[in-house]
Design a protein around this ligand. Structure first.
Ligand code: PGA
Length: 250
């Protein structure tokens, strides 16, 4: 039985003030969430403050990115050991915004997956096709290529140490959610592809859906057999909305 997980990706949003209010709101009602793991991923500079504010709660901390390097002359980068200092349990790797806006290749994303895993941080590996790829009917090829880059570097069983997030790029921040059936189809494809090489890993790995998840559509998405929770962008900036999504995952 896979424990559901809901992770809020705040992206480049918030200030000390708004984050304090958001966390207050989440803390007030998070007790109504039982059975699902809840994670928030603030911008790097807010990690120490958020860590303090979350002390004593069941909400875990994640980062939005991680360097593939351990230390050294990599201006602007943040390493796994730095993230561990602030008790980051999770690190998002290969978010579509990193891939498309910052040119992160499949092999670089795989190296980030490896760096997180080596440090004992759970990588949240994002996979997903752009609209043009869906329309051309190559969604499965794209997702397989992104997944295979990690498998080639780390081996199939390494996927059991991480989390996968299927996020169709056309659904991110657009208000256009994949239908539960559309999402389930790709989730089942991903799990099936892993199962071809290792059924125990396929059974264990959590596959989250991301892309315009809201309190209103979360119950239908999360009721699908291969959807184990969500990676939430916009709606994670609203405490009530985020907690209602978390509740839907229980
Ligand atoms: P969204 O973002 O929920 O705002 O669509 C999801 C994501 O990018 O992880």
């Amino acid at each position: 039985m896979r424990q559901p997980l809901v992770a809020g990706n705040w992206k480049m949003n918030g200030s000390t003030e708004t984050i304090k209010n958001l966390l207050e709101g989440i803390k007030q009602s998070i007790d109504t969430v039982s059975g699902a793991e809840v994670v928030v991923c603030p911008p790097y500079v807010y990690l120490p403050g958020v860590q303090q504010q979350l002390a004593g709660t069941a909400v875990s901390l994640g980062s939005q990115n991680i360097s593939e390097h351990e230390a050294g002359a990599y201006t602007g980068e943040i390493s796994a050991s730095m993230l561990l200092e602030f008790r980051c349990r999770y690190a998002i790797v290969g978010h579509s915004e990193r891939r498309t806006l910052f040119g992160e290749s499949d092999s670089r994303v795989a190296a980030k997956y490896a760096a997180a895993r080596a440090a004992g941080i759970v990588p949240v590996l994002c996979l997903g096709e752009i609209l043009e790829e869906r329309e051309r009917g190559v969604t499965e090829d794209v997702v397989a290529r992104q997944l295979d880059a990690v498998v080639a570097l780390e081996g199939i069983e390494a996927l059991a140490d991480g989390v996968i997030a299927y996020e169709p790029v056309w659904a991110i921040g657009t208000g256009k959610t994949a239908s539960p059936d559309q999402a389930q189809e790709v989730h089942a494809f991903i799990r099936g592809r892993i199962a071809q090489q290792c059924s125990a890993t396929a059974e264990k790995v959590r596959i989250l859906y991301g892309g315009s998840v809201k309190g209103a559509n979360a119950p239908d998405l999360f009721s699908m057999p291969d959807i184990d929770g969500g990676l939430i962008g916009g709606a994670s900036l609203d405490a009530d909305e985020f907690v209602s999504i978390c509740r839907a995952a229980c």
